[in-house]
Every structure is written in C-alpha cells, then in structure tokens.
Design a protein around this ligand. Structure first.
Ligand SMILES: Nc1ncnc2c1ncn2[C@@H]1O[C@H](COP(=O)(O)OP(=O)(O)OP(=O)(O)O)[C@@H](O)[C@H]1O
Ligand SMILES: O=C(O)C1=C[C@@H](O)[C@@H](O)[C@H](O)C1
Ligand SMILES: [Mg+2]
Length: 169
C-alpha cells in the first residue's frame, strides 16, 4: 500500500472509528483531520465554531488536509464537511484512494445522539438537521473510489472489505 487513503462521509458514518482499525490493519499512520486541528489549535471543535465560526473552521480544515495530502502513506480520516470545498475534493482525489462511508439516517441518529462534539447537529430535531445537511451536500461525496454502507456491520467486516478492495485496486 503505497498511497494515502482518505475516508470521507457524513458525520457519524464511522470514519474515525473505521480509520483507526484500517490504519492498524495496513500498518500505516493514522491522521484524523478533526483531531489534528484540535491538537494544533488547543481547543475543541465546538470552541472553534463558537469563537470563530464555521468559515474559519473550513480554512483550518483545508490547510490541514493540504498538509496531510502532501505527507507519506497514511490513513487520513476527514471531517464530515471536508467535501464541501472543491479544492479539498480535488486534492483528495489526486493524492490518494478515497473511501466513502455511508449509513442510514436512523443509524446516524443512534450513533451521534448523545455526543455534544458536533456543533452542526446541536439544538434539537436531530433527524431533521441531518436530513437538511445531507440534502445540502447531495452529490458531494460521490467522487470516492469506493463507497461502503456501514449500517449494521461490524468494524472488522468493514475494515476487511476495504483492505480487500484496496488490494484489488
Ligand atoms: N460500524 C459501526 N457500528 C456501530 N457503531 C459505529 C460503527 N462505526 C462507528 N460507530 C459509532 O458511531 C459513532 C460515530 O463514529 P465516528 O466518530 O467514527 O464517526 P465519524 O464519521 O468520524 O464522524 P465525524 O464526521 O463527526 O467525525 C461512534 O460512537 C462510533 O463508536
Ligand atoms: O460535517 C461537518 O460539517 C462536520 C463534521 C465533523 O467531523 C467536524 O469536522 C465538524 O463538526 C463539522
Ligand atoms: Mg470523525
């Protein structure tokens, strides 16, 4: 495995969780864009959104992805909104193999409902917020080389399928 692997997908589809096990299965480093931004900024994502707004967060995200895309072989897990900028989509497509994780909206609700760390999903009507954001992002995840539904599937199963598809690519 000589390239970078990017995991993209809506919030709660399991990018960070799957990425950890995929990196370990492939024996390459893992970089989670959200976590790298939090480390560098010394503050949480909700704090960044509250103090500086989403537009500023998107600039930090593009800068982080640019660095990671220029680095060595790795699994790079992205934030759910990393696909919003065409610049980010082009960069990921050019510099690695892109895997898109999906899940049904009901499954996403179950996975994220008690987590306060996603500012775009706070404030009530969780399912409505998810559906509205998904509509606003329709088509933006489709540049992936591989798409995989994670609903009702174990991590081992998902990671196994990605490893198999990568070796066939
Ligand atoms: N295949 C799965 N089955 C059941 N639960 C899962 C699965 N994958 C992830 N989860 C759970 O769903 C929650 C969200 O997962 P995770 O944080 O990996 O999503 P994400 O795609 O990285 O979200 P974000 O875009 O917000 O960073 C976590 O609690 C995780 O344990
Ligand atoms: O989908 C999104 O816009 C986001 C997803 C998270 O991973 C974080 O990057 C942040 O909460 C924004
Ligand atoms: Mg994540």
């Amino acid at each position: 495995m000589g390239a970078r692997i990017f995991l993209i997908g809506f919030m709660g589809t399991g990018k960070t969780t799957v990425g950890e096990q995929l990196a370990s299965a492939l024996d390459v480093p893992l970089f989670d864009s959200d976590q790298e931004i939090v480390k560098r900024e010394g503050r949480s994502i909700p704090e960044i959104f509250a103090a500086d707004g989403e537009v500023h967060f998107r600039k930090l995200e593009t800068a982080m992805l640019t660095e990671l895309a220029a680095g060595g072989p790795a699994v790079i897990t992205t934030g759910g909104g990393a696909v919003l900028a065409a610049e980010n989509r082009d960069m990921m497509k050019k510099s690695g193999f892109v895997v898109c994780l999906t899940a049904t909206v009901e499954e996403i609700v179950r996975r994220v409902e008690n987590d306060p760390n996603r500012p775009l999903l706070q404030g009530g009507d969780l399912k409505g917020r998810i559906l509205a954001l998904q509509e606003a992002r329709a088509g933006l995840y489709e540049f992936a080389d591989l798409a995989l539904d994670t609903t009702g599937r174990s991590l081992a199963d998902i990671v196994g399928e990605i490893v198999m598809k990568l070796s066939a690519s």
